[in-house]
Design a protein. Structure first.
Length: 295
């Protein structure tokens, strides 16, 4: 084993023992450091003895062909590695200390058009018990902007069907009230009266969304259902937050105040919610480019 390989192994052992990082995270650190070590060799440097100039050259080696996020990740791994080397006394300096991270373009969340959402909502066969449950699940998810984990965790006590509100507990154990809207409320009432009792078949449960085995739905199962319906309708690839993003984006597109959207999403900081103004602007630019004669 080379000195560089041994140093990387020791660094990963340190992360595992002190930070308890997951196996996949450690494997990502290994890949990044091995890639950086190889690049340093290509520019005549060495990971253990690299100076700032060599490190900059290594990071810029494939700048034209890779995303800034890749270089930012390599630099982040290098910083942690060199700090560990200093702690060990193997180095007295950190060559990455004065290097600026590559500027990353703001990543806009992937969302669905309103037509796409309508197609997704119409996908379940509401003539079946499970189809009615799934339609209700999708309607509530889109109407409220809840996280999938918040949705499957809903209990009957969190529903106020008279006022049309849902009380949910989000990150940081913070409670918030979210309106259901008329359409989602109608589907929820129909599911609770026509499907849920038959799915439970006499079994008692506090959970709103029930499986055919009479237990509460898991986050993984809900996500599987959403993906399956999306694939059936030929919709773009979804993420677990796609309907949440669609809820927020469509609210902003229709003139909702950003502070209101922040409250509904349960964001602690308005800056997190401001991403949806960028999504809305991007949508406006696309429409202008498509339809304006000089777009």
């Amino acid at each position: 084993m080379t000195d560089v390989a041994a140093a990387i192994d020791a660094f990963l052992d340190h992360l595992w023992l002190n930070d308890g990082l997951a196996r996949n995270t450690l494997a990502a650190y290994r890949r990044d450091l091995e890639k950086l070590a190889l690049r340093l060799q290509q520019v005549g440097g060495d990971l253990l003895a690299a100076d700032t100039a060599a490190l900059e050259s290594a990071l810029l080696l494939h700048a034209d062909d890779e995303k800034p996020a890749t270089r930012a990740r390599l630099l982040s791994a290098a910083r942690r590695f060199f700090q560990h080397q200093i702690q060990l006394g193997a180095r007295s300096d950190d060559p990455s200390a004065r290097m600026a991270s590559p500027r990353l373009g703001r990543r806009l969340p992937k969302t669905l058009s309103e037509a796409n959402v309508e197609a997704l909502l119409d996908a379940p066969d509401v003539g079946t018990l499970l189809g009615l449950r799934d339609r209700c699940l999708l309607e509530v998810l889109y109407a409220t902007g809840l996280r999938v984990s918040e949705l499957v965790g809903l209990t009957l006590l969190q529903l106020d069907l008279i006022s049309g509100l849902v009380k949910t507990v989000g990150k940081g154990n913070k409670e918030r009230l979210v309106p259901l809207g008329e359409v989602a409320l109608e589907w929820l009432q129909r599911y609770l009266s026509e499907a849920r009792p038959h799915l439970l078949n006499g079994v008692q449960s506090e959970h709103v969304f029930i499986t055919r085995r009479k237990g509460p739905m898991t986050r993984q199962m809900a996500w599987y259902l959403i993906v399956r319906y999306a694939e059936r309708e030929g919709l773009p690839k979804l993420s677990p937050h796609t309907l949440r993003h669609a809820f927020a984006t469509h609210m902003v597109n229709h003139g909702a105040d950003l502070r209101v959207v922040q409250l509904l999403l349960g964001h602690a900081d308005i800056s997190t919610t401001q991403i949806y103004t960028h999504v809305a602007r991007e949508r406006l630019r696309q429409l202008h480019a498509r339809h304006h004669p000089r777009g």
